[in-house]
Write a protein that binds this ligand. Structure first.
Ligand SMILES: NC(=O)c1ccc[n+]([C@@H]2O[C@H](COP(=O)([O-])OP(=O)(O)OC[C@H]3O[C@@H](n4cnc5c(N)ncnc54)[C@H](O)[C@@H]3O)[C@@H](O)[C@H]2O)c1
Length: 328
């Protein structure tokens, strides 16, 4: 089987490409390198270009007539940037996805897997969500994902292309074989900040200790990026057995981890523990949420294999190797 992975030189897309390749599926990678890295495109045939470029998409399908599915992981993903530049974000994530869909239909694509996000949900009072939770995106970035899902659902209702939206929670970790990881030098997620605090010997700030969670700190559902990638392999395998022209499946660990719990797990893994200090909430912070993973288990036969300690270990390993693998 051959799969086209748009955004396949990014953090998640490149991990999916490695997982496909390890599973005997040939990845063809399309990426504009706007945030991705050429070094991450080593596991498949690489095309440097834009998802909206119809001539390029036609060429890719002409040169790979055995492409049987497309994974669309190409997007801009920085929430504050989307607040500052909604036109740019709707253009990059929605308008280009629409053009991409038209190019895929013209080339006979029947199976599309879309990288969506848990950010589209409003959490229940107990901070859980599932696929039936209310869709209520809180940022332009999250709205681009919800709009794309709705747009793809309309297309799948009218055209012979079926669409699976995989809604990711909080991806962490790196390829366990260290081929790829987060390309950013200074990741801004909580784990990235912990790694930075450890490196600098500086305290780590827990921002917000009065949330309605078991210990007052924010809760997230961290899912190892390799587990995410494995879910895509399972989805490719089971695609034709999915229930409708469109299906949505949450991909998370199924358990929440609070910031205090993450710090404790981090300090158990590392030989250089980080000191945590408490601080006030920051504007825009949220209590967070975690998902029930029953649908992923039922439809994909997928369960995450890696726990948070392994994700931390792989992130630390990747942080130590990053400069060597991604110079400059
Ligand atoms: N990282 C997360 O926390 C997270 C959470 C939920 C969902 N997602 C989704 O997963 C997908 C991958 O995210 P990521 O974390 O790997 O981000 P990333 O920035 O590492 O990867 C995105 C890739 O898409 C490429 N790209 C962007 N626009 C393109 C275009 N028009 N044409 C071709 N290539 C283009 C970039 O160069 C990059 O390689 C995105 O769709 C994102 O919305 C990410």
């Amino acid at each position: 089987m051959t799969v086209l992975i748009a955004g396949g030189a990014g953090y998640i897309g490149s991990t999916i490409a490695s997982a496909c390749s390890d599973a005997g599926i040939s990845p063809v990678i399309l990426d504009s390198l706007v945030t991705g890295r050429r070094e991450f495109a080593a596991s498949g045939t690489f095309y440097h270009g834009d998802i909206a470029d119809g001539t390029l998409i036609d060429r890719i399908f002409a040169e790979h007539q055995d492409i049987s599915a497309v994974i669309h992981a190409a997007a801009l993903i920085v929430v504050p940037d989307s607040v500052a530049d909604p036109v740019g974000y709707y253009g990059a994530n929605v308008a280009k996805s629409l053009q991409f869909a038209a190019h895929l239909l013209r080339n006979g694509c029947r199976r599309l897997i879309f990288s969506s996000s848990a950010a589209i949900y409003r959490a229940n009072a107990d901070l859980t969500v599932d696929e039936d939770s209310v869709i209520d995106p809180q940022s332009p970035y999250a709205r681009t994902k919800a709009v794309c899902e709705a747009m793809f659902a309309d297309i799948a209702g009218a055209q012979p292309m079926r669409v699976l939206s995989l809604r990711y929670f909080n991806p962490v970790g790196a390829d366990p074989k260290m081929r790829t990881g987060l390309q950013l030098r200074q990741p801004t997620n909580v784990l990235g900040k912990l790694i930075q605090a450890r490196k600098q010997g500086a305290p780590f700030l827990i921002t917000g200790t009065d949330w309605p969670t078991r210990d007052g700190t924010g809760i997230r559902d961290y899912v190892h990026v390799w587990d995410l990638a494995a879910a895509h392999v399972a989805a490719l395998d089971r695609f034709d057995a999915l229930p409708g022209p469109t299906t949505a499946i949450n991909l998370g660990s199924g358990a929440g981890t609070t910031v205090r719990e993450l710090v404790a797990a981090f300090n158990q893994v590392t030989d250089q523990p980080v000191e945590a200090r408490e601080a006030c909430r920051r504007p825009g912070d949220i209590a967070g949420a975690y998902t029930r993973i029953g649908r992923a288990e039922r439809l994909l036969g997928w369960r995450p294999q890696y726990d948070i300690a392994e994700a931390i270990r792989h992130s630390l390993q990747w942080a130590a190797l990053r400069e060597e693998i991604l110079p400059g």
